[in-house]
Design a binder for this molecule. Structure first.
Ligand code: CP
Length: 322
């Protein structure tokens, strides 16, 4: 059976998007194909459709966000949905209302889909069994950021084509990065070879287990070695808000050892692209000149986020209607 987009609707049967780790390669491919359709829609004179007309999408953010919250709002509006934005400060969460009670309240208001960012890893898995609305993980603690990984995959494929055997270097604060964790799963599932480059104190615990699951994930602490032959370089900011204790001698040492600058970029393949999920701390993890160079696809990641999030909303809505 095919859905409105002409895709095999049996591929996507899920009501929630909690983690990219749960997705099969067929589901990931379906998201990519649907995002292509959404991208054409955004770039057409009409721009908007009625696919989610009559549906209400609520964004519930317990942490700050510019890109994820803004692009989900744009995605939902492009599909004709009504959108309500909630933050901790503007809701009764600030009066002590629990997560589950807050979510129930939003469903009673009429939410069909709730896009949630939460500081606790696994919060979405706790909440999902109690939810009548679709729940979408917009980032949970250090754990996962599935829609970021999907938009990163979409962007890599636009620029580097098939991922099979491609070398992707992830450099920076990998330990605290939900983006890195989701990308390691997603990109290696799609065939890429991943090299993690960070000081040992900024690598995740449980790396040995992860490498049992993913034999194509390697660690190289020296950036000059890691970058040789790279097709994609994904740079991450220092997440000082999540650091417990002194994990680095200082920011200057991090810049000296791990900043991606023009000299270091020259070690990668000549066509290599530079990515960053944002927000960028300019001239710390990434030099301003590289950020603004033609090799940087950071702006493209942001704009692709709208098409990929439209795809997710549309697929979740279609599976609810089956
Ligand atoms: N990449 C990302 O999640 O950015 P925001 O925190 O601005 O949403």
């Amino acid at each position: 059976m095919t859905n409105l987009l002409g895709n095999d609707s049996s591929v996507w049967c899920r009501r929630h998007l909690l983690d990219v780790q749960d997705l099969s390669t067929a589901e990931i491919e379906l998201v990519m194909q649907t995002a292509d359709v959404m991208s054409k829609q955004i770039n057409s004179p009409m721009k908007k459709s009625d696919a989610l007309r009559g549906k209400t999408v609520i964004t519930l953010f317990y942490e700050a966000s510019t890109r994820t919250r803004g692009s989900f709002e744009m995605a939902a509006k492009n599909l004709g949905a009504d959108v309500i934005n909630m933050t901790v400060q503007s809701s009764s969460i600030s009066k002590g209302e629990s997560l589950i009670n807050t979510l129930h309240t939003l469903v009673q208001i009429g939410a069909d889909m709730i896009v949630m960012r939460h500081p606790l890893s696994g919060a979405h898995y706790c909440a999902a069994p109690y939810m009548q609305a679709s729940l979408i993980n917009a980032g949970d603690g250090w754990h996962a950021h599935p829609t970021q990984a999907l938009l990163d995959l979409y962007t890599v494929r636009q620029h580097a084509g098939d991922l099979q055997g491609r070398k992707i270097v992830i450099v920076g604060d990998i330990k605290h990065s939900r983006v890195a964790h989701s990308n390691i799963w997603c990109l290696s599932k799609m065939g890429a070879k991943i090299v993690l480059c960070a000081p040992p104190t900024l690598l995740p615990a449980g790396l040995a287990d992860m490498r049992n699951c993913f034999p194509h994930v390697e660690v190289e602490n020296r950036i000059d070695k890691a970058l040789v032959g790279a097709d994609v370089i994904m740079v991450l900011r220092l997440q000082k808000e999540r650091m417990r204790g002194d994990l680095l001698p200082g920011t200057a040492d991090f810049i000296c050892g791990y900043q991606l600058n023009a000299t270091r970029l020259a070690l990668a393949n000549p066509q290599a692209i530079v990515m960053h999920p944002g927000p960028v701390n300019e001239d710390i993890e990434l030099s301003a000149s590289v950020l603004r160079s033609p090799r940087s696809v950071v702006g493209k990641q942001v704009s692709n986020g709208v098409a990929v999030r439209m795809a997710i909303l549309q697929l979740l809505n279609a599976s609810k209607n089956q």
